[in-house]
Design a protein around this ligand. Structure first.
Ligand code: SAM
Length: 242
């Protein structure tokens, strides 16, 4: 953002501080060091990358932006196929961790930055695709809208957005039963730690309903191409800038 000092000061009074951690503290060194291990048995990152590459039709000309890259696992996989990846995260610890991993693998086509949805530099109509997984729920709903608006600006016309996140597809009135059941199932299938994280996600972060995120996509100039409901608490969307 190129603002003069007076404008910046006015904005500072109301602009959301996305660098303040909400819920799980991803600046914490041990949280970051254990992150990949924690999901090793519950996620297949090769399959995730393959699915995203096919869905977004990425190729060796693609310029891709990953927001909330975390430990950089997806960015690193995509960098082996795509022309360039920009990857950002509001956690310095995460960015440093991901950067070191990429250096170890001698990858030179990823630019990492310590930034987030609300502060990345908007290069108008630049990216072929934006990918964000399990990160947007750290912003309250109004700021999710600002984030989507900014992502649309930096996407090329016809560019694609892939979002996977804590998005609730259950009926509003059934929240208690659905949440308790899902936490219980997570405890049995994935262990206490992940079950506790689902509870923290609901209590201290900002998951929202599918119908809210769909409204935000449409109001900000995106067309929903595909919606996948993974569980009652998690969905993904493929959208295109119209
Ligand atoms: C649950 S992790 C997900 C990491 C990775 N995308 C994955 O799928 O494993 C959430 C990540 O989002 C980052 N994050 C939180 N708020 C953010 C924001 N406003 N902008 C960008 N990243 C953010 C956190 O620092 C953390 O690394």
């Amino acid at each position: 953002m190129n603002l003069n000092i007076d404008q910046r000061k006015i904005m500072d009074d109301w602009y959301y501080n996305e660098f303040r951690q909400s819920g799980i503290d991803f600046e914490n060194e041990s949280e970051v060091a254990e992150y990949d291990e924690k999901y090793r048995n519950n996620r297949n990152l090769d399959n995730e990358a393959k699915y995203i590459i096919e869905l977004l039709e990425l190729n060796n000309n693609s310029i891709v932006f990953e927001i909330g890259t975390g430990t950089g696992e997806l960015a690193i996989r995509l960098s082996k196929l795509c022309k360039h990846i920009n990857a950002c995260d509001i956690s310095k610890t995460m960015v440093n961790h991901a950067f070191k991993k990429a250096i170890n693998e001698k990858i030179i086509n990823i630019t990492f930055s310590h930034s987030g949805f609300l502060n990345f530099e908007i290069i108008p109509n630049y990216f072929d695709a934006i990918i964000t997984q399990l990160a947007l729920h750290h912003l309250p709903d109004f700021w999710k809208s600002v984030a989507i608006n900014r992502m649309v600006k930096t996407l090329k016309p016809g560019g694609k957005l892939f979002l996977l996140d804590s998005l609730f597809s259950f009926e509003c009135a059934s929240y208690e039963e659905v949440i308790n059941r899902n936490i219980e199932q997570a405890k049995n299938k994935m262990g206490l730690r992940i079950a506790n994280e689902i509870a923290v996600n609901i209590k201290d972060e900002y998951p929202t309903y599918n119908w809210i995120i769909e409204g935000l996509f449409i109001k900000n100039g995106l067309k929903i191409i595909r919606k996948t409901r993974h569980t009652e608490l998690m969905s993904s969307y493929l959208c295109i800038k119209v």
